[in-house]
Write a protein that binds this ligand. Structure first.
Ligand SMILES: [Zn+2]
Length: 393
């Protein structure tokens, strides 16, 4: 298949290139060439998207499927918000029919907003997580997902026994991890408040042994950080380092209130940090230390964190990233993180439009014809006055 179009492609945090009237040739789901249109190009043999702009499909590196119905439930900071809204929503997810319907709706929404890859927490429930994977398998989306693991400081309906939590996670991992090239299992202990260091440690062992990612949360809210300090008499990152869960296959969401020693630990262990700015604004959690992480070259990803994030739309998350920083940041930076940056962290061959990469595109139609990367990014991030269509070829 050959597509005539205009291409918007991330290069780095400060550079996005715009290629006017190019032809993307795709074979078996892979981009095999990108060439400028010439006078001799016969339009009849092309799919004509010459009035559209094509970007890489978006990637969401952190979100919670069972919390989708409560996105936008406002009024609390993290701990009260979890108890009032998020955890009850996860209790509802135990019902298998409900889980099936909600999973369908969630994956439909991902497609609608142009996200081809998402890293997802389910609830603690094995059966419902299994069903969510079944629904994921029916889509063309690339889904990284795992059941939540929690065994302390949680409502009794969501409190697991550590052995059972490990065995159920392992069974799901055996069934779904790399079942096809689009599905990966992710060990998903919730956070140091509700998952014991022993359970974290065992989950990390299974994750390393089976070459999966592990995801959890760190340093999101001051009350949460104080609770962890009081419980363990050490910093949050130290709890995780001692449980041996840190490393390049670990995804830590938030990391807002990190101390110097914690930055050192995260840098030394090459742990990935997933920034979720919309959730940080919504729960009044604080400002992500973007510059410090960038200066230390600690890998950063970008996530919606629905339901604390109010939307799965990664362009809205990019806007929140810009708004959440006190200093102005380049408009290219959030676009880079939601595409190429996230792809690097997840080690997938996507996030860019280049020869050899997966043909996962987002086709955008604006009312006017826009001819520079900055003009296009401004419209994408700050207006909603365009149509979009996810193309997974
Ligand atoms: Zn989260």
């Amino acid at each position: 298949m050959k597509i005539l179009t205009n291409i918007l492609n991330p290069i780095d945090r400060e550079t996005v290139e715009f290629l006017d009237e190019h032809i993307i040739e795709v074979e078996k789901g892979t981009v095999i060439s990108i060439t400028p249109k010439t006078k001799n190009t016969a339009k009849s043999k092309l799919k004509d998207f010459s009035k559209s702009v094509i970007t890489p499909a978006l990637i969401d590196a952190h979100t919670h499927l069972p919390q989708f119905p409560i996105a936008g439930n406002y009024g609390y900071e993290l701990m009260d918000w979890l108890n009032s809204y998020a955890l009850p929503a996860e209790m509802d997810f135990e019902n298998l029919q409900y889980a099936k319907n909600l999973s369908k709706k969630f994956f439909e929404e991902l497609k609608k907003v142009g996200t081809a890859t998402a890293v997802i927490y389910s609830s603690i429930h094995k059966g419902s997580t299994d069903i969510a994977f079944e629904e994921a398998e029916k889509t063309k989306l690339r889904i990284f997902m795992g059941k939540v693991m929690m065994n302390q400081n949680c409502p009794k309906e969501l409190c697991e026994n550590a052995i059972q939590s490990l065995s159920e996670s392992y069974e799901l991992q055996k069934k779904w991890h790399e079942k096809n090239e689009k599905l990966q299992y992710v060990y998903s202990p919730r956070f140091a408040v509700s998952t014991s260091p022993e359970l974290m440690h065992e989950a990390a062992k299974l994750s390393r042994l089976n070459k999966t990612f592990l995801q959890t949360h760190i340093n999101e809210n001051k009350h949460e950080v104080d609770f962890v300090k009081k419980t363990y008499s050490k910093t949050y990152a130290q709890v995780y380092e001692d449980a041996k869960i840190l490393g390049p296959k670990t995804l830590l969401a938030h990391a807002i209130h990190s101390t110097k020693e914690e930055f050192d630990i995260l840098q030394k262990t090459k742990t990935n940090i997933i920034h979720c700015p919309d959730a940080n604004l919504f729960l009044n959690s604080g400002q992500f230390p973007l510059k410090e992480f960038e200066n230390r070259e600690i890998p950063i990803g970008l996530g919606s964190d629905v339901g604390a994030g109010t939307t799965l739309d990664m362009f809205q998350i990019m806007k929140s990233m810009i708004y959440r920083q006190d200093d102005l940041i380049p408009i290219e930076s959030p676009f880079y993180y939601a595409t190429k940056g996230n792809a690097r962290i997840l080690d997938i061959n996507s996030g860019e439009i280049l020869e050899g990469k997966n043909a996962e595109f987002l086709k955008i139609d604006f009312k006017d014809s826009l001819k520079s990367s900055k003009e296009i990014l401004k419209k994408l991030i700050f207006s909603q006055d365009y149509k979009r269509e996810l193309l997974i070829l």
